[in-house]
Design a protein around this ligand. Structure first.
Ligand SMILES: Cc1cc2nc3c(=O)[nH]c(=O)nc-3n(C[C@H](O)[C@H](O)[C@H](O)COP(=O)(O)O)c2cc1C
Length: 204
């Protein structure tokens, strides 16, 4: 069982903390093999909609070779995909948006097999400086990636709802005490993802 966690922040702060924490829970409590990827210091190009990958039916982008060229293969190989983004203008960061835009070749995989992602679980984390800074909207946009690929976005009850909404208060460094409630919800959501994976895999 594999999970990839993407941190869409160029900083080592709230989003990095949250994505790493979720991966640690999955690894320690559910025996999931985890991979962490951060946009920090990475060369990332965004999709320019040339559709060359679609025309040539390739698995990866045909025109850009950069630090995210391997990400689509990682998505295909993972059971759990965690997308964590800092909030920029009440939406996801431009780096996270660039990564998701480059998943255009997934269309080729889906044409061949519309169920290629059907049992993959998606979890979204949004970290904002303001308490109501666009966390829910950002999470919904991240869920858009899971929906367009036919994955299963995971939410939870008792105030967690669509994802882990974290309020960093723009504090650097971010610690769990900055937003105890947000981190409690992150843990709850992560365990829901772990339990759902067990259900899907038929693990008691
Ligand atoms: C360009 C820019 C736009 C931002 N827009 C928002 C926003 O709309 N809502 C919000 O809550 N925080 C906003 N912030 C604050 C960041 O989301 C916040 O500092 C967050 O903790 C950054 O994530 P990090 O701690 O992982 O680096 C913005 C920050 C930047 C640089």
């Amino acid at each position: 069982m594999k999970a990839i966690g993407i941190c869409g922040s160029t900083r080592k702060n709230g989003t990095d903390f949250a994505v790493r924490r979720a991966l640690e829970i999955l690894e320690k409590e559910y025996g999931v093999e985890t991979t962490y990827f951060t946009v920090r210091g990475k060369k990332i190009n965004m999709c320019i909609h040339c559709d060359d990958c679609v025309k040539k039916n390739t698995k990866t982008c045909t025109i850009f070779t950069d630090d995210i060229s391997h990400i689509n293969e990682e998505f295909l190989a993972s059971d759990i995909i965690i997308l964590g983004s800092p909030i920029f203008e009440m939406g996801m960061s431009p780096q996270m948006s660039a990564i998701l835009s480059r998943s255009r070749p997934n269309y080729n995989a889906l044409k061949e097999d519309p169920n290629v992602f059907y049992d993959k679980l998606g979890m979204a984390i949004a970290v904002g400086g303001a308490r109501n800074g666009g966390q829910e909207m950002t999470i919904n946009s991240l869920h858009g990636f899971f929906h367009t690929n036919g994955m299963i976005p995971i939410g939870a009850s008792m105030g967690v709802y669509n994802g882990a909404a974290i309020w960093s208060q723009d504090k650097v460094p971010f610690t769990k005490d900055v937003d105890e409630y947000g981190i409690k919800n992150l843990d709850t959501l992560t365990r829901k993802v772990g339990e759902t994976l067990k259900l899907i895999k038929g693990i008691k």
